[in-house]
Design a protein around this ligand. Structure first.
Ligand SMILES: Cc1ncc(COP(=O)(O)O)c(C=O)c1O
Length: 397
């Protein structure tokens, strides 16, 4: 009989060295600030994953560990069942996380001074892995029209023709919440392949897609897409396992794979996390029912937020996400100044959403809300924010 998971259950995450819950005083100046920012969830992963990790912990010797056949079967099985992508085991390599994998890809496939395209507003470490590796950010800024982000393909074509070497593709997109359609991905690929731009597809949010939408893995669009891209996936967002630092990097092209693996070894990052491997294998083998229930809960949270914002915070426009557990709020009518919005959140409301300008300059005036918490907490945070926003508006009037 299938189990029912209770995502409304209160779990006290404080005092557990939590990046999200134990830093409010340090980061926001108030210990009681409700944290709905960094992308981890307040939910326990599937019971099978916890049991497998406990069993592994009880083995009591934590030596170097290897990827077993079971690991490869789990990754390939998940991609095939959930995403219709048939991969070969030998295509799968690793990284201690997706961001490290992106940074390795930047170093392995480009040179200092090369241009790398991203699509802002975007997950902020994309800027770091380009700039901190002495490459140049080329911004194919997304266009916000009719309440959704679209890709500026004409600009992309010019940027690709102008010598960009790589595109960091965020699919589904964080923070915009877009689940890119097949036609959009195909157009990106055609432009990139025409101009020799390598696509690094960060598909970490691939499992978090709301009803009516479907994630299309970039590499499934055809052999030429598969050969001129690398795809990064992980169970970390899907099953809330980010602290275990395990990612899978799928590289069908043998030469690209050789280069990536060489650098992984050079940096000595090829050894795997003992618990991470167990978490990958168990979640992909046993987590499907849990995920289905999570998606229903998250969609309920999304809809509750959209309704609340429309009714109670009319100055804010929420961009309806098609996927991820993030909602991007257009707060420009309140203020376009990041400092004003921070003050409003941290000092006046006592909530911490992510401040938008860190996702790129066009994110100024936006906030990103993490939906992956108890609905009660989400609504409480929105209530606090709406009261503070109303007070601010009254003071200005
Ligand atoms: C698009 C995207 N990539 C990567 C990550 C983080 O991946 P990791 O913790 O494996 O480096 C996140 C986390 O929010 C993300 O949203």
């Amino acid at each position: 009989m299938s189990q029912t998971y209770d995502f409304d259950r209160y779990i006290d995450r404080t005092g557990k060295a939590s990046y999200k819950w134990d830093q409010s005083e340090k980061l926001f100046g108030r210990a009681d600030v409700l944290p709905l920012w960094v992308a981890d969830m307040d939910f326990e992963p599937p019971k099978e994953v916890v049991d497998a990790i406990v069993a592994r912990a009880k083995e009591g010797i934590y030596g170097y560990t290897i990827r077993t056949e079971g690991y490869y079967e789990a990754v390939a099985g998940w991609l095939s069942r959930r995403h219709g992508w048939t991969i070969r085991h030998e295509w799968v390599t690793s990284g201690p996380g997706i961001v490290p994998a992106l940074s390795i890809a930047v170093q392995a496939f480009t040179e200092p001074g090369d241009k790398i395209i991203l699509q802002s507003p975007v997950y902020y470490p994309f800027y770091d892995v380009i700039r901190m590796n002495d490459r140049i950010v080329v911004d194919n800024a997304l266009i916000l029209t009719d309440g959704q982000y679209r890709i500026d393909f004409e600009l992309l074509e010019r940027q690709a023709a102008d010598g960009a070497k790589m595109l960091l593709l965020c699919s589904p997109h964080n923070p915009g919440g877009r689940v890119w359609k097949e036609e959009e991905l195909r157009k990106i690929g055609e432009i990139c392949q025409k101009h020799g731009v390598l696509v690094i597809a960060d598909e970490i949010h691939h499992d978090l897609v709301f009803s009516g939408h479907k994630h299309v893995p970039y590499a499934t669009l055809g052999p030429s897409f598969e050969q001129a891209s690398i795809t990064c996936i992980a169970p970390s967002k899907t099953f809330n396992l980010a602290g275990l630092q395990a990612a899978s990097v799928i590289i069908p092209n043998a030469e690209l794979r050789r280069k990536y693996n060489y650098l992984l070894k050079t940096l000595s990052l090829h050894m795997e996390s003992y618990f991470g491997l167990t978490a990958v294998e168990t979640s992909y083998k046993h987590g499907e029912e849990w995920l289905e229930q999570l998606l229903v809960y998250l969609e309920g949270n999304r809809d509750a937020l959209l309704e609340y914002v429309e009714k109670h915070i009319p100055s804010v426009k929420a961009i309806k996400p098609e996927g991820t557990y993030m909602v991007w709020l257009d707060c420009r009518a309140i203020s376009e100044d990041p400092q004003t919005l921070k003050k409003l959140m941290f000092e006046k409301a006592g909530v911490a959403f992510s401040e938008g300008s860190v996702f790129g300059t066009q994110g100024a005036g936006f906030l990103r809300v993490n939906l992956a918490c108890r609905r009660e907490l989400l609504l409480e945070a929105l209530r606090l924010f709406s009261e503070a926003a109303a007070q601010e508006a009254a003071a200005k009037a």
